[in-house]
Ligand binder design. Structure first.
Ligand code: AMP
Length: 420
């Protein structure tokens, strides 16, 4: 039987790890720079949490969740996103009792049963950043800036924001009525999905990717014209902060995002390299969600960014990540007696914090040196019978193949000195 990785999943092979490491390290550094603390939530949660929060008539809940009965017949779902789990933790762990707002980030896998294609997988990794407990538009800007700075520090160019406001329970119902009546006159022209959504998830009609639907939605009434005073003022402040920082942004009235829980600000970051269909990041404000999952009414905002898409963008732009660390030393040996001495020496070096590789397969010295080259070690330490008898080790500098015999007791100092 030949087993295969499940469709839509992939292996992150050693040669790709430098990209992942670079993205994760930059993310951590930026999050810490802005004062965000790490949180980790379970990979699976009760199915109802996502059904309730993400929304029954969203693509995710309708057709993309990995939901299963566990052995106690409880319905569980592999998380399709992080926000719901973080809000559940906020309510359940009483994180609202801590000084607010709470600034959090997390990094990990999420799961959606989607049609796999470039940059779209069934298991994918997200960076997720959330601020809970503030409605200040300066916080919206801060969260957007965290995303921006992560991409900028990674080296991605051609960044821009897409922003919109989706209103709130005060002004959105009125807008939805206007939109519904407007679309009612265009029912014959829109696709099957949109016709179905007309009754349940009206905002999604605006971001349908079908060309005829796009043309129609261009002419649809705009939410900006229906925002209440509070939402209008909030959006205006955010835009003026973006102007203050000189960030390129476009107000995109069709940007509604696929999840039900958004209120007020929604945004995406686009990178020139990957085009409009593939935003590197998306997020927004969800002032009603925490109350919905059992916590106190708490305003909040966050974004999620797919790591695969960031790496795709890096590759398209030719951004090389820094090399992963190499061992400093490779220990080689000739003969059984020398092998014992080599085992002890390698362990001594590692215990002292010197990265040390070896082959241990009783191969020829030539084969061992080839392997030493492959590992990228700066030095090889070679031990044969003579070296064991004389209490010395041969130190070879890999860069120019020069070598010298040094006392066994001086090896550690010599490699530490050479490595520094
Ligand atoms: P969403 O949670 O749908 O707002 O998506 C947020 C970000 O996660 C997107 O901008 C993508 O970068 C990433 N993403 C979402 N779905 C997938 C997927 N199936 N495969 C890879 N990345 C994804």
């Amino acid at each position: 039987m030949n087993y295969k990785a499940p469709r839509g999943t992939y292996d992150i092979l050693p040669e790709d790890q430098a990209y992942w490491r670079h993205v994760i390290e930059k993310t951590r550094r930026v999050c810490e720079l802005y004062g965000y603390e790490q949180i980790d939530v379970p990979v699976f949660e009760q199915a109802g949490l996502f059904e309730r929060s993400v929304g029954e008539s969203t693509d995710i809940v309708e057709k993309e969740m990995y939901t299963f009965l566990d052995r106690s017949d409880e319905r569980m779902t592999l998380r399709p996103e992080f926000t719901a789990g973080i809000c559940r933790a906020y309510a359940e762990r009483k994180l609202h009792g801590r000084p607010q707002p709470l600034r959090l980030f997390t990094i990990g896998p999420a799961f959606r049963y989607e049609r796999p294609q470039a940059g779209r997988y069934r298991q994918f990794y997200q960076i997720d950043v959330e601020v809970l407990g503030s409605q200040d538009p300066a916080v919206d800007l801060e969260v957007m800036q965290v995303a921006w700075q992560i991409y900028e520090d990674i080296g991605i160019s051609g960044l821009s924001f897409q922003v919109n406001s989706t209103g709130c329970p005060v002004c959105r119902p009125g807008y939805l009525d206007t939109l519904r009546s407007w679309y009612a006159q265009h029912l014959g022209e829109i696709c099957g999905d949109c016709t179905r959504r007309h009754g349940q998830n009206l905002l999604r009609l605006l971001d349908c990717k079908n060309e005829p639907c796009r043309t129609i939605s261009e002419g649809a009434p705009r939410i900006q014209d229906s925002l209440c005073e509070e939402c209008g003022g909030h959006f205006e402040r955010l835009r003026s902060y973006l102007d203050d920082l000189d960030r390129p942004y476009e107000v995109n009235h069709r940007l509604v995002r696929g999840l039900d829980y958004y209120t007020k600000t929604v945004f995406e970051v686009w990178a020139a390299g990957i085009g409009a269909q593939n935003a590197v990041c998306g997020g927004g404000r969800y002032d009603g969600l925490i109350g919905m999952v059992g916590g106190p009414e708490t305003p909040a905002i966050g974004f999620a960014s797919g790591i695969e898409r960031i790496i795709l963008t890096m590759k398209q732009e030719g951004i090389e990540p820094p090399d992963t660390p190499k061992p400093s030393v490779f220990v080689a040996y000739i003969g059984d007696e020398a092998k014992e001495a080599a085992v002890v020496l390698a362990q001594e070096l590692r215990t002292a914090g010197v990265g040390t590789a070896a082959l241990w397969e009783d191969r020829s010295l030539k084969a061992q040196m080839k392997q030493a080259d492959r590992t990228g070690a700066a030095f090889a330490l070679i031990i044969g019978e003579d070296e064991v008898r004389n209490g010395v080790v041969m130190l070879r500098r890999m860069a120019d193949s020069t070598q010298a015999s040094i006392r066994r007791s001086e090896v550690l100092d010599a490699v530490k000195e050479g490595a520094s």
